[in-house]
Ligand binder design. Structure first.
Ligand SMILES: Nc1nc2c(ncn2[C@@H]2O[C@H](COP(=O)(O)OP(=O)(O)OP(=O)(O)O)[C@@H](O)[C@H]2O)c(=O)[nH]1
Ligand SMILES: Nc1nc2c(ncn2[C@@H]2O[C@H](COP(=O)(O)OP(=O)(O)OP(=O)(O)O)[C@@H](O)[C@H]2O)c(=O)[nH]1
Ligand SMILES: [Mg+2]
Ligand SMILES: [Mg+2]
Lengths: 278, 291
């Protein structure tokens, strides 16, 4: 035909391989290619090019065509909680969002909920200085829930409208650390009368299949409202988020594209998918 | 477990005398899936399966084993061999100080590992010096100073200045003050960031490390091969430290990295505390990857 090579099994395998190489799970990849096969049988994808386009549209559909905006509380304090395993970019993402919120006319306050790791509070404090926003921190080893409590009180009394809560990185197979996180969520819920407006799981784009396990486990500590995919400026595609969104329904909301304050952008499913397939 | 899955596939083929192609392919389908789920690189999986297939087809099924046990045994042996049979130690310099440089992508655990290595070497009777060459990340120097204090190791820093000079002067300082080993912490960097890769190269060329260790996160997926190859090309590497092994990631990325670069694993990070560093055991890793 005019489109290109007639669709064959070898091409379908190539497409599946492409997904797996992007860290989409084998299960999700196989399921998507199976959907494509059905579409081809129905005559919706007759050649390689239209098959690829069909697959792209299907991926965008799974991710959610409409970008979900970040939620603000209409009547009181807005609270955004940042969680995830060690080293993925939680603190840096908060720093970037603090800048963005100030640019948008908001009055954010940072809560240094990582009271464990060396220089964690100081790292967040530097981001607070750069964005010129207040920060509430505690002593090394303090109860993180107590710091978060203090931060929420401070935000209310100082007329701040958004609290960005940083938490310590933690591996999701450590039940004591996951319990600690669940306690932080409970404290927030108790203090503002509702769960965090955003509970954001931060996932590193280089993460493989463990990303799905992370999502399932962290969903047990806070009601996940979004994913932040960081380090997307590298070569890793972060395809595991496709599996996570498909399996959990949690959408990707933001993309980390660098280490500087302005290097965060809203997730666009179509653009992301284009890059994944390039 | 993988063995259970394979034996499930073999349920109908019990008690055969010799592994046929059909038997082996049936088992290898499960092995392929297990390796991909463990984050082993797609292309490495292909090569690995082909190699195992060659070794397994036509093999006599031993009296004492079932066909599935045979195949799993071949797979485990092959994996273990690939991961590096013997325990790899640090290269010690004949003229002190021994210089160890840590490198890798952002957030993989370099600074924490630097502290762990300093603590470990102190326990072995050495006198390590930590050198702060990350002049970019907010409070990275403070982080290294904090871990240094926690393990009782001196930290050499010159604030946010030239990392190449800091490294050079750090090594001189070590020599002048009787430190027999220097551990250089560097900034996390992307392998596609030309300027930063050039910087890493410059640091390595200036101080000629005895060990250049890639800190690799155990949860790294398919991209591990790209990153590791690039770092190996630029530096080159003498070892890998596989971090966050106390998580439940299967860690298949190490198989890909080892296959592509030939670089051995020297240590594994098994926790956030500074004593959480252990020897790498290829047999245990093989079992973990297979799941
Ligand atoms: N290239 C790149 N690097 C990033 C991005 N986001 C974060 N980083 C880097 O990743 C490293 C870890 O970032 P952190 O913000 O400390 O990560 P974290 O999740 O808070 O880490 P822990 O608190 O230790 O668990 C730093 O070197 C950041 O500069 C990104 O989008 N792109
Ligand atoms: N659970 C666990 N956490 C680890 C391990 N190694 C490092 N971490 C944690 O991983 C996070 C990142 O560690 P860093 O030492 O800051 O990583 P880095 O490579 O120096 O980061 P950059 O300098 O930003 O590239 C911290 O939260 C560490 O506590 C480990 O073996 N196990
Ligand atoms: Mg942090
Ligand atoms: Mg560091």
């Amino acid at each position: 035909g005019l489109g290109g090579r007639k669709l064959d099994e070898e091409f379908l395998e190539e497409l599946e391989e492409g997904l797996i190489l992007s860290d989409v799970s084998v299960q999700t990849s196989t399921s998507l290619i199976s959907d494509l096969r059905d579409a081809a049988r129905r005559g919706e994808a007759r050649d390689d090019e239209s098959a690829r386009d069909w697959l792209k549209r299907r991926v965008v559909e799974v991710l959610g065509v409409e970008t979900e905006p970040m939620r603000f509380n209409p009547s009181g304090l807005t609270v955004w909680l940042f969680i995830g395993v060690n080293g993925v970019g939680k603190t840096t993402s908060i720093g970037k969002l603090a800048h963005r919120l100030v640019e948008e006319g908001h009055k954010p306050l940072l809560a240094a909920g990582d009271t464990f790791r060396a220089a964690a509070s100081e790292q967040l404090a530097e981001w607070a200085r750069r964005a010129d926003v207040p920060i509430v921190a505690g002593q090394q080893g303090a109860d993180p829930a107590a710091v978060v409590f203090d931060a929420l009180q401070a935000a209310k009394s100082r007329g701040r409208d958004v609290v960005l809560v940083d938490t310590a990185g933690r591996l999701h197979n450590k039940s004591n650390l996951m319990n600690e996180l669940a306690k932080i969520t409970r404290i927030i819920e108790r203090e503002v009368g509702h769960p965090p407006d955003e509970s954001l799981l931060v996932i590193d784009a280089t993460t493989g299949q463990n990303g799905l396990h992370q999502a399932h486990a962290f969903a047990g500590t806070a009601p996940l409202t979004g994913l932040i995919l960081t380090k997307w400026d590298g070569t890793a595609k972060g395809g595991i988020v496709l599996t996570v969104t498909k399996e959990t329904g949690v959408p990707v909301k933001l993309l980390g594209v660098g280490e500087k304050a302005d290097e965060i952008c809203d997730f666009d499913a179509t653009e992301w998918t284009e890059t994944m397939f390039s | 477990s993988l063995q259970e899955k394979i034996s499930g596939a073999f349920a109908k083929l019990r008690g055969k005398g010799r592994l046929t192609e059909a038997d082996v392919d049936l088992a290898l389908r499960e092995v392929r899936l297990a390796l991909l789920e463990a984050d082993v690189n797609f292309k490495i999986v292909k090569e690995f399966i082909a190699r195992v297939r060659e070794k397994a087809v036509g093999r006599d099924v031993l009296e004492s084993l079932s066909p599935d046990q045979m195949v799993v045994g071949i797979v485990r042996d092959e994996l273990q061999e690939l991961l590096g049979g013997q325990t790899h130690r640090l290269n010690w310099s004949s003229r002190p100080p021994t210089v160890i440089m840590l490198a890798g992508l952002q957030g993989t655990g370099k600074t924490t590992t630097a502290g762990k290595l300093a603590g470990l070497l102190k326990r072995e009777g050495k006198k390590p010096l930590l050198v702060a060459c990350d002049v970019y990340r907010p409070q990275a120097i403070l982080q290294l100073q904090t871990v240094g204090k926690q393990v009782g190791a001196t930290v050499y820093e010159e604030g946010k200045t030239n990392p190449v000079h800091i490294a050079q002067r750090g090594v001189s300082y070590a020599r002048e003050h009787g430190h027999d080993v220097v551990i250089i912490d560097t900034a996390g960097r992307l392998h596609v960031d030309e300027a930063m890769m050039t910087e890493a190269k410059s640091i390595a060329e200036a101080i000629r490390p005895d060990e250049t260790l890639l800190a690799l996160d155990a949860m790294t997926g398919q991209d591990a091969v790209q990153a590791a190859s690039a770092f190996n090309q630029a530096l080159p590497l003498t070892g890998v430290i596989l971090t966050k092994m106390d998580g439940d990631a299967r860690g298949g990325a190490i198989l890909s990295v080892r296959s592509i670069t030939g670089v051995p694993v020297k240590y594994i990070g098994v926790g956030e505390k500074l004593d959480a560093i252990e020897q790498f055991h290829p047999d245990r890793m093989a079992g973990r990857i297979l799941g």
